[in-house]
Design a protein around this ligand. Sequence first.
Ligand code: NAD
Length: 331
Amino acid sequence: MRVTMFSTKPYDESYFDEALEGSSHSFVYHEAPLTTSTAMLAEGSDAICAFVNDQLDNETISAVAAQGVRIIAMRCAGFNNVDLKAARAHNIKVVRVPAYSPHAVAEHTVALLLALNRRLYRAYNRVRDGNFSLKGLVGFDLFGKTVGVIGTGRIGQESVRVFRGFGCEVLCFDVHENPQVLEMGGQYVSFDELLARSDIVTLHCPLMESTYHIIDEAAIQKMKPGVTLLNTSRGGLIDTKAVIEGLKAKHIGNLGIDVYEEEDNLFFEDQSGEVMQDDIFARLLTFPNVLITGHQAFFTENALREIARTTLANLDQIEQEGHCDNVVALP
Ligand code: NAD
């Protein structure tokens, strides 16, 4: 198959080139993100390969369909940016990489927590500056703390395992209970009870209509004062304005995020020479107890290799069997 990849970074190209050795597929790499105006780059391709912030709305899907595309291969787990009804209307299959390394994302979640709790980002700069004062660096023991995990699928389950290893009590909320989480000592409770009892709340559910702003003003009010909130899932799970109010009121004690609801205008590019236009994001950067990374939780060698391997396997399966185990069900 001929495949046009959008939003390509050098690391995508190198891991896909490695996986393509001996494969019948050919990839054309474009740095440009997928939008209505770049859709024509897909001309003559059977498939496009897109990422988390590519624009896959009705207009863009119609435009790629007009170029002959019949498969959208997402090289990520989430597909909240894909208009599935439009894909269905154009008879386009949407496939994805449901699991490439739950460990990568769970471990990054814990990295955010540890760095925040012990203020490692401040300590690092201080020591380099010859400032060995400990003022403002006091943290808390994770041992014995209560962690609330919202969404206990692949990544949530891995997070439960890691937090249990720290000696934390783990409360869970999900629309489906995961028996493996129970075996690890996780305990399912209601959403409200999780918020009320957790010292740390971490989000691992997908972004859908039902989970949009699952952490809003009302949810924040139900949380323990001083709570640490972590989000490595999708930005839209959190009402950022409400979280800023929670931080200002000191109700939220720490915020660690790898995703942001308006990240498609910011992340994955070097914008260090630009004037920040997003006032909400700029406000978040002013808090000493907020740590933000730019959607890098997935970013390990293992995960990149697995993303490339599974994407090619998805295309192989469609070519050979006409269907794919990793197809996204269309409404
Ligand atoms: P998964 O499908 O294995 O698990 C998601 C879980 O969320 C399921 O158990 C599901 O039942 C649950 N859920 C659905 N609706 C819910 C609700 N209303 N309340 C609570 N739980 C609900 O997915 P996963 O592989 O664990 O990935 C989780 C999310 O992590 C993905 O959707 C993606 O958005 C995000 N992600 C982020 C990165 C990153 O780099 N930051 C990388 C991979 C995945």
